[in-house]
Write a protein that binds this ligand. Structure first.
Ligand code: SF4
Ligand code: SF4
Length: 82
């Protein structure tokens, strides 16, 4: 199956307290804060394209919002069009 060297994260936005540490630490600047608020009243990160799966965001988050990091995800789209 074709693979592409990319990463992604799973993020629980409902426990985020909006400290923005993850935004600042991401080396490729693919996290930005939402305009909307979560149910406890904080803005939360949104993941843009280009995550490398480096885990820096998960390591720095004081509230353990990042629940999983994935790297080298199978390129499903490429597989689907074959
Ligand atoms: S895993 Fe790395 S590249 Fe991806 S969002 Fe987190 S800090 Fe950024
Ligand atoms: S580091 Fe954690 S608590 Fe802070 S904004 Fe990012 S996800 Fe939210």
């Amino acid at each position: 199956m074709p693979t592409k060297a990319i990463g992604t994260v799973d993020l629980d936005i409902e426990i985020c307290k909006g400290c923005e540490l993850c935004i600042k630490v991401c080396p490729v600047n693919v996290l930005e804060m939402s305009r909307e608020f979560n149910t406890i009243g904080f803005r939360y990160p949104i993941l843009l394209d280009g995550c490398t799966g480096c885990e820096m965001c998960a390591l720095i988050c004081p509230d353990f919002c990042f629940t999983a990091i994935y790297r080298n995800i199978p390129n499903k789209r490429a597989a689907e069009i074959q």
